[in-house]
Ligand binder design. Structure first.
Ligand SMILES: O=C(CO)[C@H](O)COP(=O)(O)O
Length: 154
């Protein structure tokens, strides 16, 4: 896989973890570029959908290949990102879910909760997650296509 562009975003609950994840991504040879959609410090109290939607829209436009979004639980970021056409987002705080989010579901967006997961585990999951890719010839592809078809109907 050639190096990819990863968007990151967080609300003020997740900004400290986002900084750690962004630093790790910037030092990873599998990542060509990190696009940071904010917030940049915890005095910025913009609500999570504003940040998460901006990053998810970057994925939908093709400006980013993937995104890592962080709030207190990861849930609000996940709900927000999934509202953007063509974006599949998941909360994952364990290795197996992070893996299957790519291999089964072709998710472009991983969300995590800074109040749920510790920084070292979060960094490890992101490292593993970068190593997975979706196989469009797999049996999972038709299942994901069903979701995309539904999205295009509405
Ligand atoms: O975790 C969040 C949303 O899922 C966010 O960081 C905090 O949201 P709040 O509990 O509504 O303030």
């Amino acid at each position: 896989m050639s190096p990819i562009t990863v968007a990151v975003a967080a609300d003020n609950a997740g900004v400290a973890l986002k900084k750690l994840i962004a630093e790790q991504l910037e030092g990873d040879v599998r990542v060509a570029e990190v696009l940071d959609y904010g917030v940049h410090d915890d005095s910025d109290d913009r609500a999570y959908p504003r940040l998460g939607l901006a990053a998810a829209e970057a994925v939908a436009r093709g400006d980013a290949d993937r995104a890592v979004l962080i709030c207190g639980t990861g849930i609000g970021m996940c709900i927000s990102a999934n509202k953007v056409d063509g974006v599949r987002a998941t909360v994952a705080h364990d290795s197996y879910s992070a893996e299957r989010s790519i291999k089964s579901n072709d998710c472009q967006v991983l969300t995590m909760g800074s109040r749920v997961i510790g920084p070292e585990l979060a960094k490890r999951l992101v490292d593993e997650w970068l190593g997975y890719s979706f196989d469009p010839s797999s049996a999972s592809a038709a299942k994901v296509a069903y979701i995309t078809d539904y999205e295009h109907q509405s």
